[in-house]
Design a binder for this molecule. Structure first.
Ligand code: HEC
Length: 245
């Protein structure tokens, strides 16, 4: 801002200030009225429609897929993408949002341009649009991704149609059963306390895999219950693991 611009600004400011209304009580009263209206609308909505209560929390479930509320999908998606590289996950959850907030907080310090016209501020316009588009894109992506513990390893080539079906079905059972809490399959899951299962078929025959699932060594939980309740799921699980060469 040069000297003459500054003087012009100060002149306009003092004219507007003389014309203007004081913050108290004028703006305070307006804000208060709006606040009351918003409160009344919320009260009306909650009395008329109520809030949805999900099913009672069940701590023993292994099939529950945790999802954030929709307005956090964008953050969830950043987290999900970064999860592929575990050492960066804290950065996704804390670093990126903090950096963005800091950027916004420091805006009055680094953006000193007196221009108000949006067409004369291409950088600010681009940054603003980019933010909106990015958040919208991440929200859509985050809303349509599957369970966060899903496995998506490529099936080996040359499978028969039924083996292929079992492979994909078994992948889902693995995701549902919490195996990834303790095992690594390809790039998915945790490395330990269980051994990686990426090439488990090289070590164990299908019979051995099924026997391990029924009678595992602690801390691995037994999946004999699954075999009893959903023999089909158990069969897919064993078939899937038997195809991991
Ligand atoms: C609480 C952690 C945990 C969970 C959950 C778990 N496992 Fe394990 N798993 C282990 C541990 C630990 C071992 C090693 C046991 C041993 O040393 O005998 C193991 C061993 C195995 C083995 C034998 C590996 C080998 O090299 O001999 C297989 C196969 C296996 N798990 C499959 C699964 C599958 C499939 C699931 C999900 C349906 C699952 N595990 C869930 C902890 C777990």
């Amino acid at each position: 801002m040069n000297q003459s611009e500054k003087e012009q600004y100060l002149r306009e400011y003092s004219i507007l200030k003389n014309e203007g209304k004081p913050f108290f009580p004028y703006a305070v009263a307006k804000d208060s009225i709006m606040a009351v209206i918003v409160m009344l609308v919320i009260m009306f909505l909650s009395m008329e429609f109520g809030a949805e209560l999900g099913p009672k929390a069940n701590p023993t479930t292994t099939t529950y897929v945790p999802r954030p509320d929709w307005y956090f999908f964008f953050l969830f998606e950043v987290f999900r993408v970064m999860k592929e590289v575990p050492k960066y996950t804290p950065f996704a959850a804390i670093g990126i949002p903090t950096l963005c907030m800091l950027g916004l907080f420091l805006l009055p310090i680094y953006d000193r341009s007196p221009e108000r016209l949006i067409t004369k501020r291409p950088l600010a316009l681009a940054a603003g649009l980019m933010t909106i588009v990015t958040i919208a894109f991440l929200t859509v992506e985050g809303s349509s991704t599957g369970s966060p513990n899903e496995v998506q390893v490529t099936p080996p080539s040359g499978l028969t149609a039924s083996e292929r079906t079992a492979f994909y079905a078994g992948e889902i059972v693995v995701g549902e059963s919490g195996c990834l809490g303790c095992h690594l399959i390809g790039d998915y899951g945790n490395n330990g306390p269980g051994p990686p299962l990426t090439h488990i078929a090289k070590i164990l025959e299908p019979g051995g895999i099924a026997a391990t699932l029924r009678n595992p060594t602690a801390p691995m939980p037994s999946f004999a219950g699954l075999a009893q309740q959903s023999p089909k799921k158990f069969k897919y699980l064993v078939e899937f693991l038997s195809l991991l060469h």
